[in-house]
Design a protein around this ligand. Structure first.
Ligand SMILES: Nc1ncnc2c1ncn2[C@@H]1O[C@H](COP(=O)(O)OP(=O)(O)OP(=O)(O)O)[C@@H](O)[C@H]1O
Ligand SMILES: [Mg+2]
Length: 248
């Protein structure tokens, strides 16, 4: 039985002091289980906010945000236990080790094999040797891997990922992208990724661009790229590289 998330004529705005920030108005989007989606767009366009709405973690200012399963319509609150969320800022629990952060969603579900499964996921994301380290003892990229494992460990129906490769080098970004897509395929989960990484976006079956309050479906990542201004493109001068403790 397949299910979907439907946004109908959704608007989101925030009141800041005397002014109102409107991110988007009358936005429609349908997300199906088993499909993959990438949302791209400039910084500040409202991508993270859209992800929060789709996952039911936040409510829209107006419009309908529903979960449809077996032709039954309900609010997205009913989806809470079925979603894995990879946050842009990780949100790992600082007091827990990498292993226990990953095991937590399983323990909350009463899974007796939580630690064993968490160990398996630590291995999958290449961090077996860091199982007893707390988040503060891990690099940004390592914390991101823990956050990814924590989101996937209980085989959720929908996986939301906000810049999942933002802190990783190209090699690790590719590896994590493959894990994300493979995991969704294995579990017939829906995957919704917000990303500035064009290689990652191009792996999705559906590509959207959010800019100037409008969500547009793109035929390919190339058509999104053409629309974007050159300003602020991901052009970072790399004067030196540090590999395995060596500065080159
Ligand atoms: N809870 C909030 N209250 C007030 N303003 C908010 C809130 N959440 C987001 N915003 C504002 O909405 C705008 C869009 O934020 P959002 O984080 O969704 O952008 P984004 O597209 O994800 O950007 P980035 O690519 O930099 O992560 C920003 O200007 C932000 O300050
Ligand atoms: Mg964001």
């Amino acid at each position: 039985m397949s299910c979907s998330i439907e946004l109908n004529s959704v608007s989101q705005s925030f009141e800041n002091n005397a002014s109102t920030i409107t991110l988007f108005e009358n936005l429609d989007l349908s997300i199906n289980q088993g499909q993959s989606y990438a949302i791209t767009g400039p910084s500040g366009a409202g991508k993270s906010s859209l992800l929060m709405l789709l996952s039911g973690l936040e409510k829209p200012s107006s419009g309908q945000a529903n979960f449809i399963s077996d032709n039954q319509i309900s609010t997205l609150d009913n989806l809470r236990s079925e979603i894995g969320f990879i946050f842009q800022q990780f949100h790992l629990l600082p007091e827990l080790t990498a292993l226990h952060n990953i095991a937590l969603p399983l323990k909350l579900r009463g899974d007796k094999h939580a630690n064993k499964k968490a160990e398996h996921w630590l291995e999958k994301v290449g961090l077996s040797d860091r199982s007893n380290h707390k988040p503060s003892q891990l690099s940004g990229g390592e914390q991101q891997r823990v956050a990814i494992a924590r989101a996937l460990v209980f085989s959720p129906k929908f996986i939301f990922a906000d810049e999942p490769t933002g802190n990783l080098d190209q090699y690790n970004a590719n590896e994590i992208s493959d894990i994300l897509f493979a995991c969704c395929q294995e579990n017939n989960a829906g995957l919704i990724i917000v990303t500035h990484n064009n290689a990652l976006a191009s792996m999705a079956q559906n590509i959207y661009s959010l800019a100037d309050g409008k969500l547009t479906k793109a035929s390919s990542i190339n058509s999104v790229e053409k629309k974007q201004t050159k300003q602020g493109s991901n052009h970072v001068a790399q004067d030196f590289a540090i590999n395995d403790g060596q500065v080159a």
